[in-house]
Design a protein. Structure first.
Length: 523
C-alpha cells in the first residue's frame, strides 16, 4: 500500500504558477520585461516541482498537503508532469510567437505591453488551475478547479478580440459552464451519499469515497455517472458535447491551442476517470457506456476532420477523435485497457501539441491557415515539415512513432476482451486520421505554391519556435522506438486506477471474475 507523506511540493506545484500570474498582472505594466521572465521561471519551477512529486510517487509515496485536500498519487503525478511539461514548452514558444502576433495583429483597444501582460498572466493562471485539478482530493474543489481552468482559458480564447474570437469565446464559456454544471450535480450527489457512510468532511475526499462508493444505491450510481460523463465529458470534447472545441481551438492563439488540445482535454478526462471509476466494477453498465460513447466520439471526430479546410479546425476535430481512443481504454476497464488508455493520453498530448505548434509555425511564416491556400513549404520550412509529419504519423498510429505503441496496446486490450467491434472501429479511425493528416501535409508542403507562400518572407521560423517543436518530435520518436522508457510511470498510474476500481465491497462486485486482466505486451 502507498505510504502517505505530508509534503509542500504538491502545494508548490499549484501555488508557483498562480503566484507568477498574479505577479505579472501587478508588475507587468510598469516592468514589461518581467512578464516573460516571470512566465518562464514560473512554468519551469512548476515543472521541476512536478518532476519531484513524480519521483516520490514512483517510490511508492502519496504526497498530501492542506489536510489531505491536495493529494498526489502516481496518476496525479503523470498528469501534472504532462501539464507542466507542455506548459513550459508552450511558454517558451510564446516568447517569439506572441510578440510577433501582437505587433502584426493590430489588436484593438490595447497596447503591446498591455496585451502581453494579459496573455502571460492568464497563461500562468490557466496552468495553475489545471495543476490544481490534478492534485485535488476534494470532490467539490475538483469541480471548482476544472471550472476555474475554463474561465482562465476562455479569456485566452478571446485574446485577439475580433468577431470570430469573441464568438468562439462566448460559445466556449457558455457551453462549458452549462456542461460542467452537470458534474457539480454529480459531485454533490456523491458527497451526500458518501457523507452518510463516512460522516462529515470525509465524504468530500476522493481517497475516502473510493472505499464506500460500491455501497451507494444503484440509482445514485447511474445518475452520478451520467452527470460526470456529461459534465467532465463536455470539457474533454467528448461527442456529442464537443461543438465548442473546433471554434475555441481554431481562434485561440496557437500556443493556447496546443495547451487546450494537448493537456486541458486530458485534465478533464482525468477528472472523469477519478470520479466515474469509483463505480467500477460494481456497475458494469457504466463501463460499457463509457466504451460506447468513446467509439461514437472516435467516429464523429474523424468524419468531421475529413471535411475541414482550416488547418487548426482540422486538428481540433482530430483531437475529438483521439479522445475516443482514450475512453476506449477506460471503457474496456481491464488492467491492459487502462494502461493503454493512459499511454494514448500521454502520446496524444505530445503529438497534438506538436501538430498545433507546427501549424503555428506555418501561420507565423505565411500568415495563412487555410489548407487550400498553402503549398510548396517543404523546401522553405524543412524543420517545420519534419515536425508536422512526425506529429501526423504519431497521431495516426504509424510506426516508429509513439501513437503506434499506444494504439497497438488499445487494440490488443480490446481483442483480449473479445470487443472486436471496438477494435474494428479503432483501426478504421486510425486509417481515416492518416488520410486526413497526410492529405493536409501533402498539400501544405508539396502542393503547388500559391502567391502567399512564394515570397522571400516565407522561411523557417525562429530558433525558439523550432526547438520546442523538435523536442516534442524527438519525444514522440523516442517513445515509439523505446516504449519501456515510460512503462514504469504508466504502470504505476494504471495501478492507481486499478486500486480505485478494486476498492469496493466484495459482495457488490458483479461479474468481477469475467473481467479479464491481461498484462501489457510492450517491450
Amino acid at each position: 500500500m502507498p505510504v502517505e507523506s505530508s509534503s509542500s511540493l504538491v502545494a508548490f506545484v499549484v501555488i508557483i504558477p498562480a503566484a507568477a500570474g498574479l505577479l505579472i498582472f501587478l508588475l507587468g505594466r510598469s516592468l514589461a520585461v518581467l512578464r516573460e521572465i516571470v512566465a518562464i521561471l514560473g512554468s519551469a519551477a512548476a515543472l521541476v516541482c512536478a518532476l519531484a512529486v513524480a519521483k516520490a510517487t514512483l517510490r511508492g509515496e502519496v504526497l498530501i498537503s492542506f489536510g489531505r485536500q491536495l493529494y498526489a498519487d502516481s496518476l496525479s503525478a503523470l498528469l501534472i508532469v504532462l501539464v507542466a511539461g507542455v506548459g513550459f514548452l508552450t511558454t517558451v514558444y510564446s516568447l517569439k510567437y506572441m510578440r510577433r502576433e501582437v505587433k502584426a495583429g493590430g489588436l484593438p483597444h490595447t497596447t503591446e505591453i498591455g496585451r502581453l501582460r494579459v496573455y502571460y498572466g492568464w497563461l500562468m493562471l490557466f496552468l495553475s488551475t489545471m495543476l490544481w485539478a490534478c492534485v485535488s482530493n476534494n470532490i467539490i474543489m475538483l469541480y471548482v478547479a476544472v471550472e476555474a481552468s475554463t474561465i482562465a482559458s476562455g479569456l485566452l480564447v478571446t485574446f485577439y478580440w475580433d468577431k470570430r474570437a469573441l464568438e468562439a469565446g462566448y460559445k466556449y464559456l457558455m457551453l462549458l459552464t452549462v456542461g460542467i454544471t452537470f458534474s457539480l450535480f454529480g459531485c454533490v450527489l456523491v458527497y451526500s451519499s458518501g457523507a452518510n457512510l463516512l460522516g462529515g468532511s470525509r465524504g468530500l475526499l476522493l481517497s475516502e469515497l473510493k472505499g464506500v462508493a460500491g455501497m451507494f444505491p444503484a440509482a445514485t450510481i447511474a445518475l452520478a455517472s451520467a452527470f460526470f460523463i456529461v459534465g467532465f465529458g463536455t470539457k474533454a470534447g467528448v461527442a456529442p458535447f464537443h461543438p465548442w472545441l473546433p471554434d475555441a481551438h481554431a481562434e485561440a492563439p496557437t500556443p493556447i491551442s496546443a495547451l487546450l488540445s494537448g493537456v486541458m482535454l486530458k485534465v478533464a478526462l482525468y477528472a472523469l476517470v477519478r470520479t466515474v471509476s469509483l463505480f467500477y466494477p460494481s456497475s458494469a453498465p457504466v463501463a460499457m457506456f463509457v466504451l460506447a460513447i468513446g467509439m461514437f466520439t472516435l467516429i464523429i471526430g474523424d468524419l468531421m476532420a475529413l471535411a475541414q479546410d482550416d488547418l487548426k479546425r482540422m486538428l481540433a476535430y482530430s483531437s475529438v477523435s483521439q479522445m475516443g481512443y482514450v475512453l476506449m481504454g477506460f471503457g474496456i476497464g481491464t488492467e491492459a485497457g487502462i494502461y493503454a488508455g493512459l499511454f494514448h493520453l500521454l502520446n496524444h498530448a505530445l503529438a497534438k501539441a506538436l501538430l498545433f505548434l507546427a501549424a503555428g509555425a506555418i501561420i507565423f511564416s505565411t500568415g495563412a491557415r487555410t489548407i487550400s491556400h498553402l503549398g510548396g513549404l517543404a523546401k522553405k520550412m524543412p524543420v517545420t515539415s519534419f515536425c508536422f509529419f512526425a506529429g501526423a504519423l504519431a497521431v495516426s498510429g504509424m510506426p516508429p512513432f509513439n501513437g503506434f505503441q499506444s494504439k497497438l496496446a488499445l487494440l490488443a486490450a480490446g481483442a483480449g476482451n473479445g470487443l472486436w467491434g471496438a477494435v474494428t472501429i479503432g483501426i478504421a479511425g486510425s486509417l481515416i486520421t492518416l488520410v486526413v493528416l497526410l492529405r493536409a501535409a501533402k498539400m501544405i508542403f508539396w502542393g503547388p505554391a500559391p502567391e502567399a507562400c512564394s515570397g522571400p518572407s516565407v522561411k523557417e521560423v525562429p530558433f525558439l519556435l523550432r526547438v520546442t517543436m523538435i523536442i516534442l518530435a524527438l519525444l514522440c520518436l523516442a517513445i515509439g522506438v523505446y516504449p519501456r522508457a515510460v512503462y514504469v510511470p504508466l504502470r504505476a498510474a494504471s495501478a492507481t486506477v486499478q486500486t480505485i476500481i478494486k476498492t469496493v465491497p466484495p459482495n457488490l462486485v458483479a461479474n468481477q471474475a469475467d473481467m479479464v486482466s491481461i498484462k501489457p505486451t510492450l517491450r
